[in-house]
Design a protein around this ligand. Sequence first.
Ligand code: ADP
Length: 649
Amino acid sequence: MNAVAPPDLAPDTIARHIHAKQVRLLYAQAPLGAVASLLVAPILALVLWEAIPSAVLLSWLTLLEITVLVRLALVIAFQRQPDRDAAIDHWATRYTWACAANGVCWGGCVFLLALSPSLVHQAFIALVLGGVLMGGVLTMTPVLATCVAYALPLTLPPLLWLLLQDDLLRAAMGATGVLYLLLALGTAHRYHQSLTHSLRLALENLGLARSYATAKEQAEASNRQLADQQAALKDSVEALREFYQAISTPRRHASEQIQAMLALGCQRFGLAIGILARIEGERYEVIQVIAPHGEIAEGDVLALGDTYCHDTVHAQSPLSFEHAAADHWCQHPCYLKFRLEAYLGAPVQVGGQPYGTLCFCDFPPRPAPFSTVDRELIQLMARWVGAVIEQDRMALAAQRQQTLLAHASRLNLLGEMASGLAHEINQPITAITLYTETCLARLRSGPVDPDELRETLKKIATQSARTHTIIQHVRQFARQSKPQYLTVRLQDLLDDIDDFLHLEARRHHVHLQQNIAPDLPPVLADPLQIQQVILNLVHNAVDAMGASDGPRVITVHARLDRGVVEIGVRDTGPGVAPDLLNQLLHPFFTTKPDGLGLGLSISQSIVEAHGGRLWATPNQGPGVTFRFTLPVASRANASERTVAALSAD
Ligand code: ADP
């Protein structure tokens, strides 16, 4: 609508723009009035040619046509001026002066009136002037000053002349002319006002339209921003969901958890290679890796300076680039050596200390830039990996402690059984001594029947083997070994500690019996540790029945219950007061004067490490029963436990 849009809607700005528009309209309508003047003046001259001296007529005509041509020249100059708005007032003034000059020339018709010989000629002149006035005024209404500057010099001299005549008819013509003049000026004024009003409205509408367009643009921009934020939010929710899924899937070993994290990163970031590396000085060691074409493998050692991780390990935030060749990374030794284009890496800390880096990379450039969510996700992953490694270290340390404690407890148990053991070993040694002395006496007393001697020597060998077996069992039981989960039959476990069990039973003249379900499936267990648990329970049961007068029976029983093997040690001792039942398993709880209070809590830790549980229940009759469960050995959990045992190593 308007070539020059208003920059704002301040009142003086609007006024300026309206004025400019009016001047442009003035110039736009000018050719019509000027051309009319150009044509009408010669016609008038032609009509008056006979009546008025030609010199006067020609002079008038020439002057008038010159002013009309000046008006037209100004119009052409204005149209050609590219920057006409800059000097719009100037252009308005010029044209007003040109119109005033033209009006003066038309006002010069007063001489023609005076020289006209007849009323008809004068009426014709008045008619022409009226027409020129109306045409001019109508085309000049956009600028009122131009209108007045044109109309007044044009009309006043002829009107005054007419009014000053002593002739009623001419005076009436003059009066009518004055009326026309007022009417023309009034109409011009009204037109001018309504034009100004509509221009103002148009400008205000334009302002509104511009405000509306700006508001629309802003709304669209915020919509786009909102959509972007929504997409980023959706992306981060999705990333968190994947991350949560990866960390919430139960996996027994840290290495499996880290491998899942590497797989998640490769898939999420669209990069083929994922590496967890440990960095010590300038040594970069690959701890775990996903590399589809074996580009790099676990255990590989590189110089830190040859890896992008050199720049990551001490960085506060993740390092990322999508196309190394496109910026300064193309000078990096890692790029020069391996041509890895895309990289995203974050430092890993373990226990607050720098450990290494978690990074993902690929040979082709990454088409899309890494998002803020990607960078936040890798930071989260790196923190989680650090926590997993720390947890794993702590678990290993705890396991080591547990093994040491269990060993100490076994030694303690052996210490408590020492006198019984000495007695147990003493018996065959005494027998061996007796048999040896008998042999010697026979040999001294003369010839000996070899068969008789052989029999006695066989007895010596048996007793010696018995001693050897007991010592073997003691050494076996006292050895310090790392947990080893094997598929074993419970009966075999019991048979191996049969000596100890009966030794314990004999200590307090207790009758020991076994009730093992015949079809019991093998269990997955560390034999030494489970023997320790059983022996500890039997030892406690014997202790408990030490002063008891009633029946003295200990029953070791086992059955399959809801998919697990349940083993129990039942005694007929005094039992446990109900309020103490919950405390029995607490470390250092003991009622014995020289007790440590660790046997049951260590047994509980052992059973729980096997995936079972240990508890005590009072018997219907006298005494208490301690029970614990063990998982049935299956091919799957057997291999899993073997891995666990190896990783503990
Ligand atoms: P300690 O034998 O050194 O006391 P334990 O942890 O083996 O340590 O046993 C803790 C306590 O549990 C014992 O002191 C005893 O009071 C109680 N207890 C264990 N077994 C029995 C049982 N069969 N009958 C009664 N009390 C028992």
